[in-house]
Write a protein of this length. Structure first.
Lengths: 241, 238
């Protein structure tokens, strides 16, 4: 695997985004605006935003980056550029690594913006370490990117790719502990919820836990990112049947 | 070991979803030839080209390209490919596209300007590809195929949708490349383009109907035009 070709691929993806300022604007503004909307809607219920807001910092980047990555890579699969690249000396890992690096950078900017706004303008008072919230938001964005890369192989049109979002994201949203506390879930659902990536993101933001607990949640997220990137690379076929 | 030529196919068969797309093809192309792969749409031209590139799995038989098995990693720097769709990034400029592919191939950036000049796209290098016409996009795609200075160029219908002047210029470019030692395999469904090739492969329903020079085709079938020759060829084939 060549670092040079991976970085060239990441730069190429960022250049494509630069020619599409509206997409970049949406990527950066939408999660921040949604969290701001939540803060505003809870303004008459003191303490509520402090409880719910941080969890959304793990959920929004995952959702947004999943959608963007699955559509972008599907486009690359269907317009012939992926096939062209695979007839050239580009390794699959370099292609996947390029996407992870480029969208990881976007996820980083997104997470910095949304957590900075939360702590300042939106008035978040969270009993946790600010950098940890940014780190969770970044991991959540990378999770979305990694799963988007893997699942785009299952879609044959952008229409299908968009519909993977409710199929992949919404069940995790229902089970991640946001709507129903994990302890209140039926046993079977609880055991599923325990291993979902979004649950790990939400748990990693919870205040007042031991360092070992946080370490475990980050390990789960990073494990999912690595596995999903590996699956994504495996779905790239140089040779079609 | 005997010299293996630019492309050698032996009983090459491709079956896709229970359809036999290529039916036991045998042919051998020498290096430095300008070869026209002609046939109606649906005859298997694209499948044959993709099989030679190694991106389409071969069901049985074998094929070698430049002395190596198709799909081997060493060929990725030696074969240039232009697909039927333009296969370039619409949301990048012409130059940004070429610079990225040049980086992947590991060739000097000076190749970018050279290849843009060959296809006469230098004046539009700063334009976004999405703002270009179909003919301009296929010229950019051809420039990408030329970047690695390949020993073999595989071009899938490169002249579709081009005006007659551009088409003539492109064929002149192919002739120049061949004169410089490149082997060029060009597909087309326009029979009149046969005249510009040194060698013809005629494909119909996955079978090779003819493999010789354009002059031999006309002579054998006593035809004035290539369209007429092709029709006669089909009629006399059982």
């Amino acid at each position: 695997m060549s670092l040079r070709r991976t970085l060239l691929t990441a730069l190429r993806i960022l250049r494509q985004l630069r020619h599409d300022p509206r997409t970049v604007g949406l990527l950066l503004a939408v999660p921040s605006a949604l969290v701001g909307l939540l803060a505003w809607s809870l303004v008459n219920r003191p303490g509520s935003f402090d409880a719910v807001g941080p969890r959304l910092l793990g959920i929004f980047p995952l959702t947004v980056m999943f959608l963007v990555t699955s559509v972008t890579t599907l486009r690359e699969r269907t317009n012939g550029t992926l096939e062209r690249l695979l007839t050239m000396p580009l390794e699959k890992a370099e292609f996947i690594g390029g996407y992870a690096a480029a969208f990881g950078l976007i996820a980083l900017l997104q997470s910095l913006l949304v957590s900075t706004l939360s702590y300042t303008w939106y008035g978040l008072a969270h009993q946790g370490v600010p950098w940890r919230i940014s780190a969770v938001a970044l991991c959540a964005g990378l999770l979305g990117t990694a799963f988007g890369l893997a699942l785009s192989a299952l879609a044959t049109s952008e229409f299908q790719a968009v519909q993977f979002m409710p199929a992949f994201i919404l069940p995790q949203l229902l089970l991640c502990g946001l709507l129903v506390p994990l302890a209140a879930l039926p046993t079977a659902l609880r055991s599923v919820a325990d291993v979902l990536p979004m649950t790990a993101a939400v748990r990693a933001i919870a205040p007042l836990q031991t360092d070992a607990y946080y370490f475990e949640q980050f390990a789960v997220m990073i494990g999912y990112i690595v596995v999903a990137l590996g699956v994504g690379a495996a779905t790239l076929r140089r040779r079609s049947k | 070991m005997a010299h293996s030529g630019a492309i050698e196919a032996s009983q090459l068969r491709v079956v896709r979803q229970h359809n036999e797309i290529l039916k036991s093809l045998n042919f051998r192309l020498e290096e430095g030839e300008l070869v026209g792969l002609l046939g109606p749409s649906g005859s298997g031209k694209t499948t044959l080209m993709r099989a030679l590139l190694g991106v389409q799995a071969i069901t049985s038989g074998s094929a070698t390209v430049l002395g190596e098995r198709v799909g081997s990693a060493g060929l990725r720097r030696r074969v240039g490919y232009m697909a039927q769709g333009s296969a370039i990034y619409l949301d990048l400029t012409v130059r940004e596209n070429l610079r990225y592919f040049a980086g992947v191939l590991g060739v000097a950036l000076s190749r970018v300007d050279h290849c843009l000049e060959v296809v006469d796209m230098h004046p539009l290098a700063g334009r976004l590809v999405s703002s270009l016409s179909g003919g301009e996009r296929s010229r950019v795609s051809l420039a990408v195929a030329l970047l690695g200075d390949p020993a073999l160029l595989i071009l899938d219908e490169p002249t579709v949708g081009l005006d007659p002047v551009l088409r003539r210029d492109l064929w002149a470019t192919f002739a120049d490349l061949v004169a410089a030692g490149t082997t060029v395999l060009v597909s087309s469904h326009v029979m009149d383009e046969a005249a510009r090739c040194g060698r013809l492969l005629l494909l119909r329903e996955g079978r090779l109907l003819f493999d010789d020079t354009p002059a031999a085709l006309k002579e054998r079938l006593h035809s004035e035009s290539f369209d007429e020759a092709f029709v006669r060829l089909i009629e006399e084939t059982p």
